[in-house]
Design a protein around this ligand. Structure first.
Ligand code: FAD
Length: 401
């Protein structure tokens, strides 16, 4: 495996680093007030994210994967990996429209009409409109094709009428638009063809009949929501792709192979180093415990394995092969390793490690305490651990059912 980057990739990376060297320090200084950020809640943190995405967009660094004509850079797979790694190394803030840039925008680029692209892409990119993605329902998560929310064409053929419920829709409470999957053929499940009859729509979240209820999470925040639809009218012109193509719209993004988890190995390595520094200052005795030392060494090794696994996936993709089974394996690794790291943190920091952000005495702004509960997410989001294992057992190991 050749670990070196091409001259074009090196130039791409250097341009990004020069941008970050210039723009990131003043930005972080301007938004340094952690206490104020804690009190601003989900929408407060979003203002910082909006400002950072706008800054990135000024340098055309908000959506490098998008085509140039829509404000991107047509980044190649290796540039995409490099981008993720550099952003992780610089510990850049999150962006305002993460879903919009990574998932929704590419779906609109792939499936939207020219009119739809012109209407929606600029607002995603310049962070003037927030977007959410509503796929999951109470009975349709891992088994997404079981979704039941219906969108039925009106008699005059001008709009669809939507009824049903979505759940876990991140940041729906601040979204202007959402990409949703609805069932336009309610008979498909009964026919045993549940992947059929699903259609993608862009929904104006201010439409009458939409009720958004934030869900309070284990972290204390309300990042995601239930979304209820009561006879909501969605214009025919807001359908993305033809009727029945929703499954493909939701799966396809620009037709480019993705290499997942590219930045996570770097972020986790940085988090481990930061944790050890904090522990040395706050609770040095814990680091003399041989069992703790073994856990640290094991974590370090696992993080390095993850990095190499991702490099192997990239190497395959660059040769025109699928990043398989490395990509689902890396997702599995990420789920485990980030949980081990979160648990190690509370064990080495002792009781003060549990103090949450905003409270007096919180270590590193309470990040480790929050991380301990937040990291449960990595075993669920982007495909739960058990489902990843099923995929690997089925398709890579070809185990019998
Ligand atoms: C932080 C966060 C943000 C999210 N944001 C969004 C969003 O913006 N939009 C959106 O649409 N969704 C969102 N989701 C939802 C996410 O996509 C679902 O949680 C995920 O698809 C799992 O579905 P579920 O929660 O219904 O769990 P289920 O699918 O019901 O799974 C429950 C448990 O059963 C296990 N299980 C399920 N099927 C199998 C099987 N076949 N074999 C073995 N075990 C199985 C799972 O591994 C899991 O442990 C978010 C989730 C999280 C945690």
């Amino acid at each position: 495996m050749d670990f070196s980057w091409s001259p074009e990739d090196v130039a791409f990376g250097q341009e990004l680093e020069a941008f970050l060297d210039k723009e990131l320090p003043p930005f972080l200084e301007e938004w340094a007030d952690d206490e104020a950020e804690a009190s601003r809640g989900v929408t407060g943190a979003m203002e910082k994210r909006r400002a950072w995405q706008r800054k990135l967009n000024e340098g055309r660094w908000a959506a490098p994967l998008w085509p140039q004509e829509w404000g991107g850079r047509d980044a190649t797979v290796s540039q995409q990996v490099l981008y993720t790694q550099i952003m992780a190394r610089y510990r850049t803030p999150g962006i305002f429209n993460a879903n919009g840039i990574v998932q929704i925008g590419p779906s609109i680029i792939a499936w939207g009409t020219d009119e739809q692209k012109a209407r929606w892409l600029p607002g995603i990119l310049d962070a003037s409109e927030h977007w959410c993605q509503g796929f999951s329902e109470p009975q349709a998560g891992s088994d997404l094709a079981n979704l039941r929310t219906t969108a039925l064409l009106s008699e005059d053929g001008t709009h669809y009428v939507v009824n049903g419920q979505k759940t876990w829709t991140s940041t729906a409470q601040i979204a202007k638009w959402g990409l949703f999957l609805f069932r336009t053929d309610p008979g498909a499940i009964g026919r045993g063809a549940k992947h059929e009859g699903i259609t993608a729509f862009v929904v104006d979240m201010e439409s009458p009949g939409i009720e958004v209820r934030p869900i309070r999470e284990i972290t204390g925040d309300s990042m995601f929501c239930e979304v209820f639809f009561h006879d909501v009218r969605v214009p025919v012109g807001d359908r993305l792709g033809d009727e029945g193509l929703g499954w493909m719209v939701s799966m396809g993004a620009l037709g480019k192979e993705r290499v997942g988890s590219a930045g996570q190995a770097i972020s986790m390595a940085q988090d481990l180093r930061r944790l050890l520094q904090t522990a040395k200052a706050e609770n040095p005795e814990a680091l003399r415990d041989p069992l703790v030392r073994e856990r640290v060494a094991r974590l370090h090794t696992q993080i390095e394995y993850t990095r190499l696994l991702i490099a192997r996936a990239l190497s395959k993709v660059l040769k025109g092969e699928k990043g398989w089974p490395e990509v689902p394996l890396a997702k599995l690794q990420w789920g485990y390793v980030s949980l081990w790291l979160a648990e190690l943190a509370l064990d080495v920091l002792g009781p003060t490690g549990t103090i949450l952000k905003g409270a007096p005495g919180a270590i590193d702004g309470g990040v480790w305490a929050r991380n301990y509960v937040w990291q449960r997410y990595t075993t669920i989001g982007a495909g739960p651990t058990e489902v990843q294992k099923n995929i690997i057992a089925d398709r890579a190991l070809k185990l019998e059912r």
